[in-house]
Ligand binder design. Structure first.
Ligand code: SF4
Length: 471
């Protein structure tokens, strides 16, 4: 039996691709092993978001290659490179890594991984002269509810990829060139998958795609102008999906990740407010607030639009926690732009915030713009915004003390609340006795920066101290 090990890098969208590969390997009768050293084939599922992601991916490829060279027994181990970096750069890489890599596969070959492995072995036996590059130029694949998939997340939470690709023109981003045009799954397909996951005991379903708010809109006859308020009477939309997911019986959260501000509507705000299973949490990358920067980034939004939208979301969904990301150091960004951004962060007090230093990515329009800023300027602006957010995060954490929260226990002693997405946000430290993978009602008793401390509801803080000491 062929043993395969898979190294999954990058975001949750890539993780779902890894899960689909593992599902197809199992279906083909291959064994998937956690330890690369024990595998006949190692797949590195790469990320290509920014330069540091590419460097990390190359580092893993070279490490796997070096290790198989070190162990005589494993010299025959095969190495396959998959994922975003393979999709985008396989032509260049297959020249540079010709001795290291046996096959490059693209995003549309995730379901073909088993036959490709068979072909590599056939080629070795001299039977079939296959190429080492299987990547097709444009990515068009989208999984369905019955696509073989083996979940790599803990039993209690799962990702569902509701769409793939992106139609936005953001000048700093390479993703549309890698993942192709936006294509949505059907509502029925996503609901069937969610039903199955809930039946398996999943307590949190995280909806992901490049832009979850564009869900369904690619199927509308007339493509909407992104500034036009949207409503589901024009066709299937995210609101249709959320209402149907909310109607599935069971005790679980639905979490909305990667929403684009241009496609929010009052109907979406109302839908979230009216669907109790949808977590009071939204992830809405804003990238900047200055009109000059939003224009150069081609974010299809303006400062006024964003301020107004955040106001409507806060008013329409009481208790909502907002996560956003900003980019500092974009070409031609001025001190005044950063002042405006800091003012906006101070006013809005985002519950969760990430800041990226702008990265000049090959193949993007922003990379060719004049007025690229020196890295020390980007660094200083990043430190300024992050220091500001650290103070705000402490204020936000302090505001939770004394409140009752429902949390999902992730591992012994560690849980997450509705305001914490997996792998990105803070934690809630709880007594180790709370059952893993289940919801628990707790009272927040303290905090440390981004993380909260809690006791089961009704328990006294003194008992909490005892519980913590016993851990
Ligand atoms: S919305 Fe913009 S930043 Fe996000 S994937 Fe699409 S092009 Fe990239």
């Amino acid at each position: 039996m062929i043993k395969v090990s898979l190294i999954s890098l990058g975001c949750a969208k890539n993780l779902v691709d890894s899960e689909i590969m593992v599902g197809h390997l199992h279906k083909a009768g291959m064994a998937v092993v956690p330890d690369a050293e024990k595998a006949d084939v190692v797949i590195v599922n790469t990320c290509s978001f920014i330069d540091s992601s590419k460097e990390e991916s190359i580092g893993h490829i070279l490490e796997v290659h070096q290790n198989r060279g070190l162990r005589k027994r494993r010299k025959e181990q095969k190495l396959i490179v998959a994922g975003c970096m393979s999709q985008r750069f396989s032509k260049d890489l297959s020249g540079e890594l010709t001795h290291e890599v046996d096959a490059f596969i693209g995003l549309d070959q995730v379901t073909q991984v088993a036959p490709i492995i068979e072909q590599i072995y056939e080629k070795e036996r001299g039977k079939n002269p296959t190429p080492d590059n299987f990547v097709t130029a444009k990515s068009t694949y989208i999984p369905d509810y019955d696509t073989p998939r083996f979940r790599l997340t803990p039993r209690h939470f799962a990702y569902i990829k509701i769409a793939e690709g992106c139609n936005h023109p953001c000048t700093f981003c390479i993703i549309p060139q890698i993942r192709g045009r936006h294509r949505s799954r059907t509502v029925e397909s996503v609901v069937a998958e969610a039903r199955q996951l809930v039946a398996e005991g999943v307590r949190e379903i995280n909806l992901i795609s490049q832009d979850t708010t564009f869900f369904g809109m690619d199927t509308w006859e007339q493509r909407p102008n992104s500034r036009t308020p949207v409503d589901s009477t024009r066709g299937t939309a995210l609101t249709t999906l959320l209402r149907q997911l909310n109607a599935i019986e069971g005790d679980f959260w639905i979490r909305l990740l990667y929403t684009h501000p241009a496609h929010w509507s009052d109907e979406l705000i109302r839908t979230i407010a009216e669907c109790p299973k949808v977590a009071r949490y939204i992830d809405i990358p804003l990238q900047h607030i200055s009109d000059a920067m939003l224009g150069r980034m081609q974010r299809e939004t303006s400062g006024e639009y964003i301020r107004n939208l955040i106001g409507r979301i806060r008013a329409g969904i009481p208790g909502i926690a907002i996560r956003t990301t900003f980019i500092v150091g974009f070409p031609a960004e001025t001190d005044a732009d950063v002042d405006e951004l800091c003012g906006f962060i101070s006013e809005t007090k985002f519950e969760r915030l990430g800041v990226f230093r702008y990265s000049q990515e090959e193949g993007t329009r922003a990379a060719k713009m004049d007025d690229q800023l020196p890295s020390k300027v980007k660094e200083a602006r990043w430190h300024r915004t992050m220091a500001l957010q650290k103070e705000i995060a402490s204020e936000v954490s302090a505001s939770y003390v004394g409140r009752k929260l429902r949390v999902l226990v992730e591992e012994p002693g560690v849980a997450r609340g509705e305001a914490d997405a997996p792998d990105i946000d803070g934690r809630v430290y709880v007594p180790r006795s709370l059952p893993v993978g289940e919801f628990a009602e707790v009272t927040i008793t303290g905090y440390r920066d981004y993380d909260l401390l809690a006791l089961p509801a009704g328990q006294q803080p003194a008992e909490y101290k005892v519980a913590r000491q016993a851990q």
